[in-house]
Design a protein around this ligand. Sequence first.
Ligand SMILES: Cc1ncc(COP(=O)(O)O)c(C=O)c1O
Length: 368
Amino acid sequence: MLKICKVSEVRIRLLTKQPALAHGDAIMVRSLIEPENVTLPVFLRPSSGGSIMAEQTPLAYFGGKFIPVTDAKVGIMTHALHYGTALFEGIRANWNEEEGKSFIFRPIEHYQRMADGIKVLRMSSLRLTPEEMTKLTVELVERNNYRGDMYIRPIAFKSAQKVANLKLHELEDDFAIIAQPFGAYLDASVLRCVISSWQRIDENMIPPRVKLSALYVNSILAKTDAVLAGYDEAILLNSKGFVSEGSGENLFMVKNNELITPPLSDGILPGVTRSTVMQLAREELHMAVAERSVGRTELYLADEVFLSGTAAHPTAVGELDNRKIADGKIGPVTKRLQDLYFQVIRGKVAKYRQWCVAAVPSGAVRAK
Ligand SMILES: Cc1ncc(COP(=O)(O)O)c(C=O)c1O
């Protein structure tokens, strides 16, 4: 029998050290939160002092409802599972402690990019607008009632239970959103990078400007090989030999006080963070910003190099192919942009507050 000693919103501490229970196990507990006696599934995770913490299973938006993520399941025949016929977004909800709310950063822009992908993958049954998807996202974050940074993962996918059918227009679609607590994505604050032996996929192979799941095999091969070789991140060149981007980030370099980033035509994802950084550099740092092709050697000789992404934030590259970039530390432009960016994404800069959509933890969390 588990003894419950503390209930604070969705966190429940289990007093008994149960050898049979381990990190990742799911159990059912009776909620002492309003309304009483609702049974909720929870996940267990270790906490300091050797006790086990139980957290309510996050809710997902799935099949048109908000349900525990553990109940949001697809079948083994799902087309997207076999062929990568899905597209997704990565959005952050950034917790603002002073205001007691989360700020979802630029969800409309993320969902506009998803709408582009929906068009490419001929998901004609998905008619939600970016505004409607944003509204669902706010509701999901609020219902999850988590007071901390979250990562939101919407996914549009070919849900048809059909294999051996390669005709997009014959396959049904579905849309879901999951959200989970999230901290840093990258393992270092100043990165050691390597140019990948994997080439970035070209526009006429799989379109890199929409976030197609299948495309990520390219990124995952590059990232895995880079990490297994002892680096933090991979940078991919395109088929013309120009720099495209990191496995999950866009790339910037600073040379002679100019900010330079590869153009969309060099096989990059049009990053929301990329466009944010470009605007902040122009308007707040009064820098010239150029979108042009970048050669690999230019990166070795740059004053600064950094990567940008929703998960990765702007993060300095200190070393590339075992060559230091300048002195190998975070450069002044990267630092200023990073500091400003962290303020902006938490809704702390009035001028850019319109990029942030507020979500207030709901207090009572229940599936509907
Ligand atoms: C391949 C790739 N490039 C760039 C980015 C950065 O895009 P954003 O700033 O919209 O997160 C990502 C992140 O999702 C990515 O996966």
